[in-house]
Design a protein. Structure first.
Length: 186
């Protein structure tokens, strides 16, 4: 397992973790319409990486996998995202918010089937409407079931949800983990 010099972050690879990785903010395929950072490497705090392994193991008997869109992000990237979406219900303010992604304890993801197709979750990733909220009854029953499956797997694996984004999971007590500073980044 590869970690940063400070051992605060663990590299997550498709081969080691049996996940699909599609880091959305390194492409134009995100709500900003452009890349926010350049490295497509996927990093998590070691405790979050262990939780991810548990989630992967829970889905394996169902012949399903996880697709990861975002994990650790530098504080500068968080500031850029907040400039585009200055609503702390969806994007944490890097000056005053918890910024779980900047701590390496948050992950944005979905479930894919054995053909690599994303399960229907009712909205796309980065949809900042009430339709993307957990418990929204305006999405199809299938999407509600799929969201509950993802939430259940991630909860059993040790992650919490946030109400406004079905794709976002984070370790409990995120404030107990320090924000990763530029000199500590991989």
């Amino acid at each position: 397992m590869t970690t940063s010099v400070s051992s605060k972050l663990t590299l997550i690879t498709e081969q080691q973790y049996s996940v699909e990785i599609d880091m959305a903010y390194t492409t134009n395929n995100n709500f900003t319409g452009r890349p926010v950072y350049t490295s497509a490497d996927c990093y998590l705090h070691p405790a979050a990486a262990q939780g991810l392994k548990r989630a992967i193991a829970l889905l394996k008997p169902l012949n399903m996998k996880l697709k990861v869109w975002d994990t650790f992000r530098p504080r500068e990237a968080q500031a850029e995202l907040f400039r585009f979406m200055p609503d702390p219900n969806y994007v944490s303010d890097p000056e005053t918010g918890v910024c779980t992604h900047c701590r390496g304890v948050a992950i944005d993801l979905t479930i894919i089937d054995h053909y690599g197709r994303e399960l229907d979750m009712g909205t796309e990733f980065d949809d900042f409407r009430p339709l993307a909220h957990h418990g929204n009854e305006q999405v199809s029953e299938e999407a509600q079931r799929n969201r509950l499956l993802l939430a259940g797997v991630m909860n059993i694996a040790g992650f919490d949800t946030i109400d406004t984004e079905w794709w976002h999971y984070q370790l409990p007590d995120a404030m107990n983990y320090p924000i990763i500073r530029p000199n500590e980044m991989p």
